[in-house]
Design a protein around this ligand. Structure first.
Ligand SMILES: NC(=O)c1ccc[n+]([C@@H]2O[C@H](COP(=O)([O-])OP(=O)(O)OC[C@H]3O[C@@H](n4cnc5c(N)ncnc54)[C@H](OP(=O)(O)O)[C@@H]3O)[C@@H](O)[C@H]2O)c1
Length: 275
């Protein structure tokens, strides 16, 4: 039975991806901080904090000892922090980068030697549409997902001769993610208060009306059935595909004005002030 490690398998897209892989016959070793060491609903659950190198090593050692080397790794663990770039504390910025970017890199480092021994492997890193373009009040998240994009593309090139393939998953808005992973930044200067409130409401509305996560899980599982992995698997609704297209097409100044208006960004002095 092929073995896949799935991080962030306790909630949202990571959970749905794990379920789709189980349905496809994979032996799924799911990792999350809220998991205890147990088997439940067909998934082998192990405690994992991707922001802690020791926890990643323990997860990898335990998973390997019990189920053998992984054939695939899916890095889905991820968090947001909704706030203005200026307001983020260094701790908030680091937390998002630690989980979304360094967590991904830690898991890759743990899995690759095991995959190389097997002579094959597949790495699936969750990015986001925000890995391709920024939105206001998601600066930390956007930065972390841009980092995941660049890292994964380089990784794919380096691993080409070694039989290990790398794929980026770029979801648009999906429902089912937990609000617990979308905290507001602790600080918020008065000049950002109204804009952040509107942007947070827009983010919540877009996710609530987003695509169905089970479908994304099935798309990832289907990609892992293919002989070759594409570099990118974008799973988004039409407006988000359109946004990526316009981001590459329009002058940057115009694109950023359009997006900040969409998220309700206003100047401190009042309505509709141009940024
Ligand atoms: N939902 C969307 O609209 C959307 C759009 C684009 C991209 N994505 C990406 O898809 C992935 C899943 O997001 P989601 O919104 O669907 O799920 P979510 O409900 O926000 O779940 C986040 C997952 O990450 C895990 N996690 C958080 N910190 C962790 C840590 N330090 N170590 C290990 N696991 C940790 C959580 O489990 P524990 O708390 O148990 O550790 C949970 O399983 C993320 O990478 C996200 O950036 C989501």
């Amino acid at each position: 039975m092929a073995v896949v490690w799935v991080t962030g398998a306790s909630s949202g897209l990571g959970r749905y991806t794990a379920e789709a892989l189980l349905a496809d016959g994979w032996l799924v070793v799911g990792g999350a901080r809220s998991f205890q060491d147990e088997e439940k609903d067909g998934m082998h659950r192990l405690h994992l904090d991707v922001s802690d190198g020791g926890s990643v090593r323990r997860f990898a050692d335990e998973a390997c000892a019990r189920f053998g080397a992984p054939d695939a790794l899916v890095n889905a663990a991820g968090v947001l922090c909704i706030g203005a770039c200026e307001d983020y504390s260094e701790e908030e910025l680091r937390r998002v980068m630690e989980i979304n970017f360094f967590g991904t890199a830690r898991m890759v480092k743990a899995a690759l030697p095991l995959m190389r021994e097997k002579g094959r492997g597949r790495v699936v890193n969750f990015s986001s549409i925000n890995g391709l373009l920024a939105v206001p009040f998601q600066g930390a998240y956007t930065a972390s997902k841009h980092a995941v994009e660049g890292y994964s593309e380089a990784l794919r090139m380096e691993l080409l001769p070694q039989g290990v393939e790398v794929m980026l998953v770029e979801p648009g808005d999906h429902r089912g993610g937990s609000r617990a992973y979308r905290p507001l930044s602790a600080g918020c200067a008065p000049c950002y208060e109204e804009s952040r409130r509107r942007a947070a409401a827009r983010i919540a509305r877009d996710e609530d009306g987003g695509a169905y996560p089970a479908r994304l899980g099935r798309r990832v599982a289907a990609a892992l059935r293919q002989k070759r992995l594409p570099l990118r698997l974008r799973v988004a609704q039409l407006p988000q595909h359109g946004a990526v297209f316009l981001h590459d097409l329009l002058p940057g100044g115009l694109f950023t004005r359009l997006v900040s208006r969409y998220y309700g960004v206003r100047g401190p002095g009042g309505a509709g002030k141009r940024q």
